[in-house]
Design a protein around this ligand. Structure first.
Ligand code: SF4
Length: 285
């Protein structure tokens, strides 16, 4: 895999995403695909490309967008605005939920009890996205994960010796529970800087601000480290992705999911993480 050619940028980008969708059979005829739309560049590009594919390719599928307002003051409002604008510009059905309405607290409130807000934020966002996508009858949940995100996630699991997360690596996660909507990652082999170039070249309204909690996370430190490596040795991230892609099958194993005894949503334990963490936050707040 080579970086995209800047002279023929849009067609090359679309071709690479289409190839990923076809090669890994991310979307099937008749699918209803929910796009997790944050308003950031990655999710907006995912929405644009899927919308274009939907209208122009032979694949017959429909899309909708779901945005989650996590409740991060001074940051999330602009992302939500961008999500609304892009969905409306494309005429895509748009559903918006807030953590406060759905669960009774915001990430700003939860952040008082966690060293890094990214832990509860990720748990609750995934929870609400899956629950909503399932309620809406979606066959797939498309996220904006790009190549950088994938390499970071893999290295995070590797550094934590958390082999349970390895099956989550890759452009498509199979359905492992009737209530778990399979996730697909159409931007899986697109570099983050290429997504940024797409937004700038096409003057797309995306939310580019950095979350005020991001700097505290392990991911953020890993991201800086990988960016430095890439600057010294261009192509490092792509080589890492290729290596994982070739060797990961060995680590994949069947994952069993239960239904949470409190909310009934799919969970790897008898009580799901959203109920477990949510209960702690509610008691402390
Ligand atoms: Fe949530 Fe962390 Fe992302 Fe901020 S950086 S939106 S707290 S996951």
């Amino acid at each position: 895999m080579k970086p995209l050619d800047s002279h023929n940028f849009n067609p090359e980008l679309e071709k690479r995403v289409k190839n990923t969708i076809n090669d890994y059979e991310l979307i099937n005829d008749g699918d209803k695909v929910a796009v997790a739309l944050s308003g950031g560049k990655d999710s907006v590009l995912t929405l644009y490309i899927l919308d274009k594919l939907c209208r122009e390719s032979d694949l017959n599928f429909e899309i909708l967008a779901i945005a989650i307002d996590e409740g991060i003051k001074g940051y999330r409002e602009d992302g939500i605005k961008s999500a609304r604008n892009n969905a409306s510009q494309l005429g895509v059905d748009y559903y918006e939920l807030s953590l406060e309405d759905e669960l009774g607290f915001t990430i700003d409130q939860a952040s008082n009890f966690y060293k890094t807000s990214c832990v509860p934020c990720g748990v609750f966002r995934r929870y609400l996205l899956n629950r909503t996508a399932h309620k809406l009858g979606s066959d797939k949940l498309a996220t904006g994960h790009n190549l950088d995100d994938e390499v970071q996630s893999f290295l995070m699991s590797f550094a934590r010796a958390d082999i349970r997360r390895f099956p989550k690596f890759g452009p498509k996660l199979e359905r492992i529970h009737p209530k778990m909507v399979p996730r697909i990652k159409p931007l899986w082999n697109i570099l983050e800087k290429e997504v940024g170039m797409w937004a700038i070249l096409n003057k797309v309204d995306v939310h580019l601000a950095k979350c005020p909690y991001a700097h505290k996370s392990f991911r953020s430190r890993l991201k800086n480290y990988l960016n430095n490596l890439e600057e010294d040795k261009p192509g490092t991230k792509m080589k890492m992705l290729e290596f994982f892609q070739k060797n990961l099958q060995v680590a994949k194993k069947e994952v069993k999911l239960y239904e949470c005894q409190i909310c009934g949503e799919p969970s790897s334990a008898v009580i799901c993480k959203a109920c477990e963490i949510g209960d702690i936050i509610k008691k402390k707040y």
